[in-house]
Design a protein around this ligand. Structure first.
Ligand SMILES: C[S@@+](CC[C@H](N)C(=O)[O-])C[C@H]1O[C@@H](n2cnc3c(N)ncnc32)[C@H](O)[C@@H]1O
Length: 233
């Protein structure tokens, strides 16, 4: 398993599943409006949000798309996601490393999650596989200046991405960062993904125990990658 294991996510979410509390912040990510606009402009009708977690973004995004699917590896997280967006989205348990969808999507989304997969390439390859030619794979990744780097330990620099380990009292989490943007674009290109546009985002999150105990600052790129040839892989 790349990043925290399924067992770790199960344990983390089990702390909050029977209460009104959430593991992640409850507000949607700050760039959800921008994604919403893109999905509308590009007339994306069939959309998948992978690793949707408790659905803080699902609720908003599903309201602008006619066929919205959301999945996550954690059944506990999906209980909250269903409460929030079950009337608007088709929600199921699924592992991003082996997505169980057969018809292609106009867009696939991976929000605040690619950073936790040590095998970034595998996750992107799988999203690309289930996205139609000319469709979009949309995701965010941290860059230098994000608190996960300043409060974490650099484990390795692989070229396009580097790996940090962030520890809190009871567990440690992997944070993958974009370390070399040019090399990252080359990696995308090898997966038949071409950057259509990129935006830069900085925001502050309040503590959200059990996951991040302190107020923390994010610095991320949001990337819209177009699938150049869905049959290419
Ligand atoms: C930091 S949370 C982000 C959740 C949500 N996208 C959000 O913005 O709140 C990362 C999510 O990735 C999910 N996840 C971890 N490994 C996964 C895998 N192999 N397949 C699918 N989801 C996975 C976790 O269960 C968790 O919900």
């Amino acid at each position: 398993m790349s990043g925290p294991s399924r067992a770790q996510w199960t344990e983390l979410y089990s702390e909050t599943v029977d209460s009104d509390a959430c593991l992640m912040p409850t507000d949607p990510l700050p760039f959800v409006d921008e994604i919403e606009t893109k999905l509308s402009e590009e007339s994306c009708e069939r959309v998948l949000e992978a690793a949707a977690g408790e659905g803080r973004n699902t609720q908003r995004l599903a309201s602008v798309v006619s066929e919205y699917h959301a999945c996550d590896i954690s059944a506990d997280a999906l209980q909250t996601c269903k409460r929030r967006a079950g009337h608007q989205a088709t929600i199921r348990e699924a592992d991003i490393r082996s997505l169980p969808y057969t018809s292609p999507f106009d867009a696939t989304l991976l929000l605040d999650a690619l950073t936790h997969f040590r095998d970034v390439e595998l996750a992107l390859r799988e999203l690309q596989r289930v996205t139609a030619t000319d469709g979009y794979v949309i995701f965010n990744m941290p860059i230098d200046g994000d608190d996960a780097a300043t409060s974490g330990e650099l484990i390795a620099d692989y070229g396009p991405v580097c790996e940090y380990e962030y520890r809190n009292d009871s567990y440690s989490t992997t944070y993958m960062f974009i370390s070399n943007y040019g090399q990252f674009c080359e990696l995308l290109s090898s997966l038949q993904l071409s950057i259509d546009c990129v935006s830069s985002w900085e925001w502050r999150d309040p503590p959200h125990p059990e996951y991040r105990n302190n107020t923390h600052d994010h610095k991320n790129l949001l990337l819209y990658a177009r699938v150049t040839d869905a049959r290419g892989n």
